[in-house]
Design a protein around this ligand. Structure first.
Ligand code: HEC
Length: 152
């Protein structure tokens, strides 16, 4: 019969060693955890922002091909309302923009853009174009006349 530990001394030394390792790990975790808690939400915010930015970028192309003719290159209006205005951006949520773009405004030049309603855009593309419109908000000018249309 063999014993792993010949004497109590050896057993005690080994136990102490493992306890030291355990205490060391505990300290490492205690230090890492707050750091993680501090870092993680920031990382999430960053990835959310990056996602919104890339969606808006895609939306910019869609805007250019589908919307500028009436709403102006930078959304500053023309034969359609100026969406690049405090007044529009503060009054409409992205969801409202998406819904309106999807179904259009019956009886006006604003047609339905959703594939579901005979338009050319997928719901992902409509999400992108709404994100693009939202990206103007920080610098949107004050334009009480945003709904006045040329020739309308
Ligand atoms: C052929 C011209 C035309 C094109 C192209 C066009 N729109 Fe419009 N849009 C209009 C007009 C006109 C209105 C105003 C309708 C009304 O309320 O009488 C309007 C209204 C809107 C509104 C609502 C503004 C409000 O009064 O609350 C949004 C949002 C909008 N358009 C987004 C878009 C987007 C996004 C595109 C491109 C995918 C687009 N439009 C393309 C003519 C156009």
């Amino acid at each position: 019969m063999t014993y792993e530990y010949e004497t109590d001394d050896q057993l005690e030394r080994s136990t102490n060693q493992w306890m030291a390792v355990g205490a060391g790990l505990l300290i490492v975790m205690a230090l890492v955890f707050p750091f993680y808690r501090w870092y993680e939400p920031g990382a999430r915010d960053e990835s959310r922002e990056a996602q919104a930015a890339s969606l808006a970028e895609e939306g910019g192309n869609i805007w250019q091909f589908n919307c500028t003719a009436c709403h102006g290159l930078n959304g500053d209006g023309g034969t359609a309302p100026a969406l690049n205005s405090e007044q529009y951006l503060q009054s409409a949520t992205d969801e409202q923009t998406r819904n309106l773009v999807a179904v259009g405004v019956p009886g006006s030049q604003m047609s339905a853009y959703s594939l579901d309603f005979g338009g050319p855009l997928t719901s992902e593309q409509i999400r992108a174009v709404a994100a693009y419109i939202r990206s103007w908000e920080d610098e949107a000018p004050d334009r009480p006349d945003w709904r006045d249309m040329i020739g309308g």
